[in-house]
Every structure is written in structure tokens, then in C-alpha cells.
Design a binder for this molecule. Structure first.
Ligand SMILES: [Zn+2]
Ligand SMILES: [Zn+2]
Length: 337
């Protein structure tokens, strides 16, 4: 594979830049040892992309191609790729683009917390481009039938939402709170319904509340409203400490809140005796493991999750980021490459 490709490049992260990505011609990259070259079909837009383009996650390179929910087909194999994936195969690449496999946390089976991680679209180039390189052992097999845009949102929003349910300790039939109702929560509610859970959704924005009702929420309220029942566990998706407090205040004894946010505005001071005592837990959710990816993609296929999406062309990638920032679309934004 040689020649050039279109790619969206970030050079100057910052809050004031409405068009942080420049779509331009780049050389098609070559896969190194253990890597594959993918022809990108679609790449989903995630809130983490905003933290990167706005500089809330500190830039680690002079320039980077963001995008970490990649659906692609294998266009070329690097040396050392033996059985999987094969040329032409459809695979997914998510935020975790690689780990060292040798640090203490990797050895403890917590590769999501690896000391030397590779993050797709942040520490290495990602999927807002016609081609992308990925580690073969961090590619997940994907089914052939769905459209690429129906798979892309599963790869970060979906997997991390699923991991959040695990971190919150959700059991079948539980009363579960979802605080915030963006693309991750849209997918989590489908898993919860399949697990016969009662789902309580607190979110700002009437369109998000309407969507939650349509997707089968038992109760729907505003962002800081208290659900009518005590919850077994909850996941917060909004990057807001006040929302975390609202979730904590709605828990029964022994319940847990999982915070699905890579960045929070602040953490308010709170009353231990009424909010955390009683073995309530507050946990963050960091990244994902390959096991989370495999397990979620299997569940998603079994229950036939087809996320609601809004599509953008690669040349419109800045508009896609702005739409996620301003929450002007329901469901997930996906860039077709
Ligand atoms: Zn993401
Ligand atoms: Zn490690």
C-alpha cells in the first residue's frame, strides 16, 4: 500500500478553536511489526476526542490524527502477524491501542490500568483518516452484517459503558441509575434491559429524556433529580461532580457509583455520614480491557444493538466534534471515512 490518504490532523489543541482539525493529504502509513494497516470504514466520535482537541488532556505529540472507535478492513499485514486478523477481515479498534503486558498492573490482569499504555488517536494516530495502523493483538473481530456506522459507537461508548456496569457491580434485575444520557448510556440501557434491570435515567435535555423513555427507562428525570426508589448501583456519564453527588445520594446501603468520565469539572465536598457510610462506594472507570471489548461485542451482537447515529463525512469532522460538544444530536456522531 502506498500513496496518499485524506486525514484529519490536530496540531493546536485549545478551547477557543472551533475547527481544531485540518483535513489534508498524508502518506498512507506502513504497518510495523505486529501491526496491521486498516482501510477505515467509519470512526465514531467520543467525548474524549473533545478533551484531546480542547487540550484538557495534555498534548503528547506535536500532531496527531484523533479518533478511537475505528471500524476498518485489513488492507495490509506487518511482519509477525500470524493468525488474526487476516487480509480483508473487518475489525474494530478502540481507545486501548496497546499495553506493555509486563508492568505490575498488566501482570495482575488489569491491563486497562497499564503504566505504559498506547491510546488510539492520542499517543498514536487514530481513525479520522482513510487508513490507520493498529496493533493486531488489539483489534477486535467484528460481524459483517451491520453497517460500519452501527458498529463504530460500540467500540468506546459501548465498551466503556459496559465496563462501567461491571465496575458498578450491576446484577441481573437490579435497580440501576444512569446519570447523563449520551451515546454511552444509550448503549448501556440496552444491555440493562436485556438483563431485566429497572433503569432510572436522570439527564438534562428534553430530547435525551424522551430517548430514555423510548428505550424503556422505568423513570426519567432532570440531571440532579432524585429517583423515586433507592438504587442498587448507578453510573454517571456527565463530566460533573454535582451529578456524581446526585447519584451517590440515590444509592441504597452497599451500592456503588461508577464514574464514567475521564475528566470531571470538580469534586464537591460532601457529607460522609449520609452519603458514603453504609459501605457505599464511589469508583472511577478507566479505559477498558480486551476482555471487556470481547464480552461487550458478543452481548451487543446477541441482543442486536443498533445504535442511533448521525453521520458526517471526513471533511465535516469538525462539525461532528461541535455537535457532540453542543449536544445537538441524539445518539452517536460517526464519521464515514
Ligand atoms: Zn472514547
Ligand atoms: Zn502494563
Amino acid at each position: 500500500m502506498s500513496g496518499t490518504m485524506r486525514a484529519a490532523v490536530l496540531r493546536q489543541p485549545g478551547r477557543d478553536n472551533a475547527n481544531p482539525l485540518t483535513v489534508e493529504d498524508r502518506l498512507v502509513p506502513k504497518p510495523g511489526f505486529g501491526e496491521v494497516l486498516l482501510r477505515v470504514e467509519a470512526c465514531g466520535v467520543c467525548r474524549t476526542d473533545l478533551h484531546i482537541t480542547m487540550g484538557e488532556l495534555k498534548p503528547l505529540r506535536d500532531e496527531v490524527i484523533p479518533g478511537h472507535q475505528i471500524v476498518g478492513r485489513v488492507a495490509a499485514l506487518g511482519d509477525g502477524v500470524a493468525e488474526f486478523p487476516t487480509p480483508g477481515e473487518r475489525v474494530g479498534v478502540s481507545w486501548m491501542g496497546g499495553v506493555d503486558g509486563t508492568c505490575l498492573l498488566c501482570r495482575k490482569g488489569k491491563e486497562n490500568l497499564c503504566d505504559y499504555p498506547v491510546f488510539t488517536g492520542y499517543t498514536v494516530n487514530g481513525g479520522y483518516a482513510e487508513y490507520a495502523v493498529a496493533r493486531a493483538d488489539f483489534c477486535a473481530p467484528l460481524p459483517e452484517e451491520p453497517k460500519p456506522e452501527e458498529l463504530a459507537p460500540l467500540l468506546c461508548a459501548g465498551i466503556i459503558g459496559f465496563r462501567s456496569l461491571r465496575v458498578a457491580g450491576v446484577e441481573h434485575g437490579d435497580r440501576v441509575g444512569l446519570f447523563g444520557f449520551g451515546s454511552s448510556a444509550h448503549l448501556a440501557i440496552e444491555v440493562l434491559k436485556a438483563w431485566s434491570c429497572e433503569v432510572y435515567v436522570a439527564t438534562r435535555g428534553e430530547s435525551h429524556r424522551k430517548m430514555a423513555r423510548e428505550l424503556g427507562a422505568t423513570w426519567v428525570g432532570d440531571a440532579l433529580d432524585r429517583p423515586p426508589e433507592q438504587l442498587d448501583c448507578a453510573v454517571t456519564f456527565a463530566p460533573s461532580g454535582d451529578v456524581v453527588m446526585a447519584a451517590l445520594a440515590s444509592l441504597r446501603k452497599g451500592g456503588a457509583v461508577a464514574i464514567n468520565a475521564i475528566h470531571l469539572d470538580r469534586m464537591p465536598q460532601f457529607d460522609y455520614d449520609s452519603l458514603l457510610w453504609g459501605e457505599r462506594q464511589l469508583r472511577s472507570v478507566a479505559n477498558m480491557t480486551r476482555e471487556d471489548a470481547r464480552d461487550f461485542l458478543k452481548v451487543a451482537q446477541e441482543i442486536g444493538i443498533r445504535p442511533k447515529t448521525t453521520l458526517f463525512a471526513l471533511e465535516e469532522v469538525n462539525a461532528a466534534l461541535n455537535a457532540v460538544y453542543k449536544e445537538t444530536i441524539d445518539g452517536a456522531a460517526v464519521v464515514l471515512c
